[in-house]
Design a protein around this ligand. Structure first.
Ligand code: CMC
Length: 369
């Protein structure tokens, strides 16, 4: 018999249909429910985009009010979740803290096992509201700072930043943060989203799917890249070291973090928008050195390998300039991507088929003891 064709890494495999987002590497475009992501980043709040991903249409004013009210009412951490964060050692990566906390948030929800669309939507809003509180508090306690409680008068992005830094920063900073959240929200069948769909396909609950997705996002080939990019910037130090650093790294066969993409081979559709936000931050903080290094490494990588940056390349230094600890970058990605994950969970559940591929056995032939 002929050996079956193996699709290692499922590269090129179309696993299902989705109405949530469309990635087109040929035209270098990304649509959320039909809207170009650049337009959403220019015009919308993150809450509007969350609603769009979940419901398929942008919210009316009334629908947006309802979402905002529920999100604001669900922000405060329970004592148990706070206690759990406190007890998790600071030697643990913030992604591990977040994964653990989300697991408890789920276990504390009496309707965790209710898989009706309404219940799943309520769980999605709850997670949207709770994740920033965990991320912000974890960074603060690592710095020896007290918890900053949520402020119901602020929108999602402003409140997230205030819970992290104790005050709402300059509008330029809030806006760059909002843009990053919108760009990170959704990207079709990436590894973490597919993980969430696999878990949902067994008819497990939404919280289990999100906990699994957090695990998948942690790795540096996926969401962990935004943190890894910052380590690269730190290693290089300043722009004039970019080329020699790259030569060494390529000679050691290292993957350069923040470059390359499984789907986009001609450049990541989200990069120009995030780069523009980074430029505004560089201007605001008076840090042209960051942009110098950014451009120098990007150019060198283009010349040497013809590989273009992905979204993590501009967002890493952007989060750094905003004042986030490097280890907090991937948890920020989680806080945003939870909207896409949960939209996919609901889409998968609505028309489910167990995800269970085959493997080709290549171990020893049958043998006996
Ligand atoms: N640095 C050096 N070489 C690279 C890189 C890179 N970042 N990306 C791809 N290549 C090379 C790769 O070595 C291979 O070369 P060869 O054909 O000589 O073996 C060729 O380009 C094709 O790459 P591949 O590894 O087959 O491509 P892939 O689709 O399996 O990998 C990727 C995609 C994202 C895992 C990879 O580009 C990578 O490891 N990038 C660095 C990590 C990163 O930035 N990840 C973020 C991804 S996008 C947003 C997100 O999910 O957060």
């Amino acid at each position: 018999s002929t050996a079956p064709e193996i699709h290692k890494g499922l590269a090129g495999v179309v696993a299902d249909t989705t109405a949530i987002s469309k990635v087109n590497p040929e035209t270098n475009s990304l649509l959320y429910r039909g809207y170009p992501v650049q337009e959403l980043a220019a015009e919308c709040s993150f809450e509007q985009v969350a609603w769009l991903l979940w419901h398929g249409e942008l919210p009316s004013d009334e629908q947006l009010d309802t979402l905002q009210e529920t999100e604001r009412a669900n922000r405060a951490l329970s004592d148990d979740v706070r206690d759990l964060v406190d007890r998790t050692p600071t030697t643990a990566h913030p992604m591990d803290v977040l994964r653990t906390a989300v697991s408890l948030v789920g276990a504390q929800d009496p309707s965790a096992g209710d898989a009706s669309p309404d219940a799943d939507l309520a769980k999605s809003v709850r997670l949207l509201a709770q994740l920033p509180a965990v991320v912000a508090y974890d960074q603060r306690r690592r710095r020896g700072e007290d918890l900053v409680p949520p402020d119901e008068d602020l929108d999602y992005a402003e409140n997230f930043l205030r819970m992290t830094f104790g005050e709402v920063p300059d509008p330029v900073v809030v806006d760059a943060f909002r843009v990053s959240l919108i760009l990170y929200a959704e990207h079709s069948f990436n590894a973490s989203t597919f993980t969430a769909r696999v878990i949902t396909s067994t008819m497990a609950d939404l919280y289990s799917a999100v906990v699994g997705a957090i695990g998948a996002l942690k790795g540096p080939l996926h969401g962990g890249a935004n943190e890894a990019v910052m380590h690269v910037f730190d290693e290089i130090g300043s722009a004039e070291n970019a080329e020699p650093w790259l030569e060494r790294a390529l000679a050691e066969k290292r993957k350069i973090m923040g470059f390359g993409h499984r789907v986009y081979k001609k450049g990541d559709s989200r990069v120009p928008t995030m780069r523009a936000a980074l430029e505004r931050l560089v201007e605001h903080y008076g840090r042209p050195d960051v942009l110098d290094l950014y451009t120098r490494l990007e150019t060198a990588m283009g010349e040497r390998k013809n590989i273009k940056p992905n979204l993590d390349y501009p967002s890493g230094p952007a989060y750094h300039l905003m004042g986030f600890d490097t280890a907090t970058f991937t948890p920020l990605f989680v806080a945003s991507r939870v909207t896409g994950w949960t939209a996919h969970v609901m889409e998968q559940a609505a028309d489910n088929s167990l995800i269970r591929p085959l493997s080709e056995y290549d171990g020893p032939d049958e043998r006996h003891l």
